[in-house]
Design a binder for this molecule. Structure first.
Ligand SMILES: [Zn+2]
Length: 434
């Protein structure tokens, strides 16, 4: 499993936390895109033109390890012996709402029994008597999916609940818009409602994640060529006719789609409840790839949304089903990508949900579902994985001079390396290969 793969971490340590100084010195979205897209002198010598970002909503490193124990094999994206999945690291998910809360890096979800102060909420068995330091799970210090998604989609941290805007309310250009400006096809696929925070982060600029009507309105004028997810509750017949008037093809099942359409929205009733049954995320992903694949390349975001939902309710078995569905979609995409040399894939999460942990000395394939414990019904500040398919050495080399030392990592994580990524670095990686 990836935490044991120390050699890959030397690459991680080179990359580290990238170029906050560059970001803070930019004053417009155009400048941001200029820095990271092609002008970054990345991708001049290789063939990458497609970028697929997989986001396992709420998928922390313990989720991944538990899934691997359940299957009795490495996940396709975290297999240290697969050289095409060339990079395995971790990123800090904090949003601007986390600012002011100290992240105690000596504490880790991986061995919570060693860290009785890990959870600082009064109702927790891990309480330390009301300490509000906000280490991993205090109610107010972790990111939500809106700020987490915005960081991955735009390269800027923002405050919780905010979609595609900075803390001053200014628009942040997202990966869909950047890819579209490069004449690439773009798509967003989610097992959540279309107005969910993660897909919305890649499509709209709205100050509050619960403003569903405004979110859907903005999606109707977004640059995406394909949007797939559950039909939002605010979606009406008027919405459908407005979309159609704006040039969109609207489908309500995978069997009535128009593969020739380059402006298609697929709203699937019941997707959230049945997301691991049919259609699977794998089905949706391969449909999207087939549609978006073209000469100029494409950007696609695929979200496994219900890992988060099941983790919020601490439903171990449902979480595992959703996690395996997510991994299966990545396996399908990997098989597609292996037949070519033009595709970069990134697997990460917006945050961890549930404070999932288990005793590694006891857990095995036969008992893992019973061994899984949860520390919270909320998110945590635990770092999440970043796994990359494709050669990103140019990216690493280009930004090597911008490394920033960040401090030690969690116990059980790569403590040999004093460096780790920020969530905004994931955007920079994706943008650099568009
Ligand atoms: Zn989330």
């Amino acid at each position: 499993m990836k935490i044991k793969n120390i050699t890959k971490l030397s690459v991680l340590s080179l990359l580290g936390l990238l170029s906050i100084s560059v970001i803070s010195s930019t004053c417009s979205n155009e400048t941001l895109a200029d820095i990271y897209v092609r002008n970054a002198h990345v991708n001049k010598t290789n063939k990458i033109k497609n970028v697929i970002m997989f986001i396992g909503d709420g998928m922390g490193p313990n989720h991944v390890d538990a899934g691997e124990i359940y299957l009795g094999r490495d996940f396709v994206f975290s297999n240290p012996n697969d050289s095409k999945w060339s990079f395995h690291g971790y990123q800090n998910t904090d949003s601007l709402t986390s600012v002011g809360y100290t992240l105690d890096t000596s504490k880790s979800l991986l061995r919570p029994e060693l860290n009785p102060t890990l959870y600082d909420d009064a109702d927790s068995p891990y309480t330390n008597g009301g300490n509000a330091s906000g280490n991993f799970m205090s109610d107010t210090c972790y990111t939500d999916s809106a700020a987490g998604g915005t960081a991955l989609a735009t390269g800027y941290k923002t405050t919780n609940s905010t979609l595609g805007l900075n803390k001053h309310g200014q628009k942040l250009q997202n990966l869909v818009e950047i890819a579209h400006s490069l004449n690439k096809m773009t798509g967003v696929v989610t097992t959540d409602s279309l107005d969910g925070a993660t897909p919305s982060s890649f499509l709209v600029h709205v100050e509050e994640r619960h403003l569903s009507s405004e979110i859907v309105d903005q999606m109707m004028v977004s640059d995406a060529n394909l949007i797939i997810g559950e039909k939002p509750s605010v979606w009406s017949d008027t919405t459908t006719s407005n979309y159609t008037l704006n040039g969109w093809d609207v489908a309500t099942s995978l069997s009535e789609t128009n593969p020739e359409s380059n402006k298609e929205v697929i709203v699937l009733p019941g997707l959230v409840a049945n997301s691991h049954i049919s259609p699977s995320l794998s089905d949706l992903t391969i449909y999207a790839i087939d549609k978006l694949d073209n000469e100029e390349g494409f950007f696609l975001m695929v979200e496994g949304a219900s890992i988060d939902k099941a983790s919020h309710s601490n439903q171990t078995r449902t979480m595992m089903q959703e996690l395996l569905d997510f991994e299966n979609a990545i396996m399908t995409a990997t098989k597609w990508a292996e037949a070519r040399e033009d595709t970069l894939m990134i697997v990460t999460a917006d945050h961890e949900t549930g404070g999932l942990y288990f005793n590694r000395d006891v857990a095995d394939q036969t008992n893992i579902l019973d061994e899984i414990n949860w520390l919270t019904y909320n998110h945590s500040r635990t770092r999440v994985g970043v796994d990359v398919y494709g050669d990103i050495s140019e990216f690493v080399n280009t930004y090597q001079e911008q490394l920033t030392k960040q401090g030690i990592l969690d116990e059980g994580m790569p403590t040999q390396s004093p460096y780790y990524w920020d969530n905004t670095d994931v955007f920079r990686l994706a943008a650099s290969y568009l």
